[in-house]
Design a protein around this ligand. Structure first.
Ligand code: AMP
Length: 216
């Protein structure tokens, strides 16, 4: 299964990707995660990408496309993949179609996680991540408890906020989504690949809706 999860920042792409990984045994390919990894390691690519990421802008297409090309060449994608956060604009979508065309593995579906802007804002400002295991909490909607507890890491987990989840950056990220990523909805609808799933529900409900959308 070759799938794109499309949706604004905060729509739940990362969470749903992880459930899809467990259910279908195919890898999640998140350009955001790959970029954050490069930043953490201090590679040349990471250093070049950091300023755009911290400001909520897109990293340049050439960098992201190079990363995706390399990642899709890995053996674990042979049975499929979930693209999370890629493509982010029409140029990337067209490059992806060419790349997948070359290897004879076109996309099966593009699932849009559809969510109101106000809800997105709340999800992003409240998002906190367990520094040790990566589990995502939301201090507004799914807090880690009192005292704070992480199922994997125990009591008093070290929770961090992504630098680009700060309120002043979120506005920019949502603006970038509206201007550059949203046109992909019509692009993929026109290609007959789009499936729309309402994402304003609990994780399990959204996951079942994704499975139904893919089957239908
Ligand atoms: P995400 O974790 O998907 O929200 O991505 C975090 C940040 O990484 C974005 O705000 C961008 O700066 C950068 N990024 C992630 N994916 C892409 C992409 N496909 N194209 C350009 N920049 C990206």
């Amino acid at each position: 299964m070759r799938l794109v999860l499309l949706g604004a920042p905060g729509s739940g792409k990362g969470t749903q990707s992880q459930l899809l990984v467990q259910a279908y045994g195919i890898p999640q390919i998140s350009t955001g995660d790959l970029l954050r990894e490069a930043v953490a390691k201090g590679t040349a690519l990471g250093l070049a990408a950091k300023a755009a990421m911290d400001a909520g802008r897109l990293v340049d297409d050439a960098t992201v496309l190079g990363m995706i090309r390399e990642r899709l060449a890995a053996a674990d994608t042979a049975r499929g993949f979930i693209l999370d956060g890629f493509p982010r604009n029409i140029v990337q979508a067209e490059a992806l179609a060419r790349l997948l065309g070359e290897i004879g593995q076109p996309l099966d579906a593009v699932v849009l996680l559809d969510l109101d802007l106000k809800v997105l804002f709340k999800r992003l400002t409240g998002r906190r991540i367990c520094q040790d295991c990566g589990r995502v909490f939301n201090v507004l909607t799914s807090p880690p408890g009192t005292p704070p507890h992480c199922e994997r890491c125990g009591d008093m987990p070290r929770l961090i906020q992504r630098p680009d989840d700060r309120e002043e950056v979120i506005g920019k990220r949502l603006e970038v989504y509206e201007a550059q990523t949203k046109p992909l909805i019509d692009h993929y609808r026109g290609a007959g690949l789009l499936r729309v799933v309402g994402a304003d529900a609990d994780t399990g409900t959204v996951f079942r809706a994704i499975q139904e959308a893919m089957a239908g």
